[in-house]
Write a protein that binds this ligand. Structure first.
Ligand SMILES: NC(=O)c1ccc[n+]([C@@H]2O[C@H](COP(=O)([O-])OP(=O)(O)OC[C@H]3O[C@@H](n4cnc5c(N)ncnc54)[C@H](O)[C@@H]3O)[C@@H](O)[C@H]2O)c1
Length: 266
């Protein structure tokens, strides 16, 4: 097993320094990807309502700005237009968020791309792009916030997963392996994070959700039981405030957890 070196951006050294000097993470800041629309947009709205300050990452500039403008009267929002399949751009964007806010209380990686293309047709570039948005970005973003969370001895990292993370689906040549791999990254980080009380979990939707992603590829049969993505958002607010002493290494179900939160509040 080799350690990252040239592109490590000082991660290992930063980590060791960090362990020596404990400093709190900002309790009221969440970094969220995929916030321009779909589930991510609803998570951003719910986090803002809960008083969280936000760094929002997405590739769709106009839609991201619209979400930022909508939430600006409610909370502080830093919109970051970035193509999360681009490693250097992702690193730059997350460093900008860190300079602006410091270490966040939570990182939620929601952005993903799903293009259904059979093996016989898929190009390497298309395959790579989907994998990079899901997996590479999860790695780069997590590595960027990790040293601060280690120093703070707390934090919550949450990757949005899918049924595709456990099973396989025809024409998901990139999406399914990327979601599987994201589960694998979670498995490693939950072990490394325990010592520092950092929660690292994944979360499935639990129900099909009515978003641009499902509109583009769901059949009528797959839409059975479909709910508005806002129904899932309370789970993300709750999980952005946990640490490993509560739960780590879990695959949460956003629909079920949100229903439980709603019924407990009723
Ligand atoms: N829609 C469903 O029923 C369903 C089911 C299971 C899991 N999921 C998961 O839920 C999450 C949200 O899905 P959704 O349905 O809201 O998807 P969506 O396509 O509606 O929204 C995804 C967001 O990610 C952003 N994004 C895509 N590529 C990007 C890139 N290269 N750089 C930066 N941002 C990028 C998009 O601009 C968009 O705002 C995803 O992780 C998805 O895999 C969705």
């Amino acid at each position: 097993m080799t350690r990252p070196t040239a592109d490590d951006a000082g991660g290992g050294a930063r980590m060791r320094e960090g362990i020596k000097a404990m400093a709190p993470a900002d309790e009221s800041v969440v970094f969220l990807t995929g916030a321009a629309e779909g589930l991510g947009g609803e998570i951003a709205r719910e986090l803002a309502k809960a008083g969280q300050r936000l760094a929002l990452f997405d590739v769709q500039a106009d839609k991201l700005q619209a979400v930022a403008d909508e939430l600006a009267p409610v909370t502080e929002v830093l919109p970051l237009v970035v193509d999360l399949s681009d490693a250097a751009a992702t690193e730059q964007a997350v460093q900008r968020a860190l300079r602006h806010y410091g270490t966040p209380r939570a990182l939620i990686h929601d952005a993903a791309v799903l293009k259904e293309v059979a093996m016989i047709d898929v190009s390497f570039d298309n395959w790579r792009r989907e994998v990079d948005v899901t997996l590479q970005a999860a790695f780069i973003l997590s590595r960027a916030v990790w040293p601060g969370m280690v120093r703070a001895r707390r934090g919550s990292i949450l990757y949005v997963s899918s049924g595709s993370a456990l099973g396989g689906f025809v024409k998901e040549t990139a999406y399914t392996p990327a979601k599987h791999a994201q589960e694998g990254l979670m498995r490693v980080l939950e072990l490394e994070g325990r010592e520092f009380n950092i929660a690292v979990n994944t979360i499935t939707t639990g129900r099909p959700i009515d978003t641009p992603m499902s509109a583009s590829h769901y059949t009528e049969k797959m839409k059975i039981g479909m709910v508005h993505p806002s129904r899932l958002a309370p789970a993300f607010v709750f999980l952005s405030g946990i640490d490993a002493s509560f739960a780590t290494g879990q695959r949460f179900n956003a629909f079920q957890l949100s229903e439980a939160i709603r019924s407990a509040a009723a």
